[in-house]
Write a protein that binds this ligand. Structure first.
Ligand SMILES: NC(=O)c1ccc[n+]([C@@H]2O[C@H](COP(=O)([O-])OP(=O)(O)OC[C@H]3O[C@@H](n4cnc5c(N)ncnc54)[C@H](O)[C@@H]3O)[C@@H](O)[C@H]2O)c1
Ligand SMILES: CC(C)(O)[C@@H](O)C(=O)O
Ligand SMILES: [Mg+2]
Ligand SMILES: [Mg+2]
Length: 347
């Protein structure tokens, strides 16, 4: 259906419009092979299975994630296979390896993309940056995308709670004439609350910007800046952490999620509202040039190149873990660990 977001009209697909029964009918003869069992793999594979679809998982035998798949109920030789065997058996190949990992597996996937199959992504990365990844699908297959707008962990949790994370969907190539029905059925099947239309280029550029920006990079940056200012002015770690992070995640963001920013503001004092209304624009103006630089770095392909270069190295997981440990060991997040323990529901 067409829906107005402000004054702009967009295509969205809801579960009422495309119910689960219809999705099951569209995909009744398909074998959905979920390749990769990192974060999106488990979320999407388990939701599809619980929604009644015919799903198998492809993973490297002997890896930790193979064991995780077994623990999640996938049965070796029946619903869990080596990656190549899953590529052969699947009629829809859900390419959910890490974006850099997809480059190495591509020759194998391509070999098994026989006419009529579908190649499914959850990120526009591989084909948009085809000059860097070499991922150029054959013409007689569907190339489709469903990108859940959140972590695979949340996709699964919200599904189990009877809720739904929203996703974008896109068609890069309609090789069979069935691409639309297939992509929407899969979007509903993986547990999306609703689907909004995009294309591969817009998905990858907005997603790379968002995660580097307000969703992950900018939020940590702004937390660190405020925490450091409070600490250097004599505030204790618990006061600085509570006033920077804990109150935001526990009290104020749920209000924003429920009914918007003005609703959150309206539930704070007139003193707080006056200050916030005075200060949000200086913050916007100070950070906007950084967001412009970020978007430019995404647009020129620099961010994709960096991600490919660092995540293709043998020891990339060791390096990532070291950087995550640095965050975890910082005073702010150490204070956070203590604060979380003190939440009544945690003790
Ligand atoms: N993490 C998320 O929640 C999330 C959200 C939306 C979209 N996506 C997209 O979904 C896709 C999958 O992301 P993810 O975060 O679940 O992946 P991930 O980084 O967790 O990796 C998934 C799997 O790829 C395997 N892998 C990596 N390199 C490999 C190689 N060379 N050969 C074989 N296996 C290899 C890993 O062992 C892992 O099991 C990506 O396109 C990502 O951009 C992820
Ligand atoms: C969960 C995110 C940040 O939305 C996703 O884009 C990812 O790359 O993991
Ligand atoms: Mg992303
Ligand atoms: Mg994202």
């Amino acid at each position: 259906m067409k829906l107005k977001f402000g004054s702009t009209e967009e295509n969205v697909v809801t579960r009422e419009e495309f119910p689960l029964e219809k999705a099951r009918e569209v995909l009744k003869d398909e074998v959905i092979a979920v390749l990769g069992y990192g974060v999106q793999g488990p979320g999407q594979a388990l939701n599809l299975k619980d929604n009644g679809f015919n799903v198998i998982v492809g993973q490297r035998k002997g890896s930790k994630t193979w064991d995780k798949a077994v623990a999640d109920g996938w049965v070796p030789g029946q619903t869990l296979f080596e990656l190549e065997e899953a590529c052969e058996k699947g009629t829809i190949l859900q390419f959910l390896l890490s974006d850099a990992g997809q480059i190495a597996l591509w020759p194998t996937v391509k070999k098994h993309l026989t006419p009529g199959k579908a190649l499914y992504f959850s990120h526009g990365f591989g084909v948009t940056y085809k000059d860097k990844t070499g991922i150029i699908p054959p013409a007689d297959v569907d190339v489709i995308l469903v990108a859940p707008k959140g972590s695979g962990t949340s996709l699964r949790r919200m599904f189990v709670e009877g809720r739904g994370l929203n996703s974008s969907y896109a068609i890069y190539q309609d090789g069979t004439g069935k691409a639309y029905d297939r992509v929407v059925a899969l979007g509903i099947g993986v547990g999306s609350g609703y689907l909004f239309e995009t294309d591969f280029y817009r998905e990858v550029t907005s997603d790379l910007t968002g995660e580097r920006g307000t969703l992950m990079g900018a939020i940590q940056g702004i937390f660190a800046a405020q925490y450091e200012v409070l600490r250097s002015n004599g505030h204790t770690p618990s006061e600085a952490f509570n006033e920077t992070v804990e109150e935001l995640t526990q009290s104020l963001m749920p209000l924003v999620a429920e009914n918007g920013m003005d609703w959150m503001y309206a539930n704070c004092s007139t003193t707080a509202q006056r200050g916030a209304l005075d200060w949000w624009k200086p913050f916007r103006d100070a950070t906007k040039p950084v967001f412009e630089d970020l978007y430019n770095s995404v647009k020129t392909g620099q961010e994709a190149q960096k991600s490919i270069d660092s995540n293709s190295k043998e020891d990339y997981r060791v390096k990532l873990e070291a950087e995550l440990k640095e965050l975890r060991d910082s005073e702010m997040w150490q204070a956070g660990a203590v604060v979380r323990q003190l939440r009544p529901e945690n003790n």
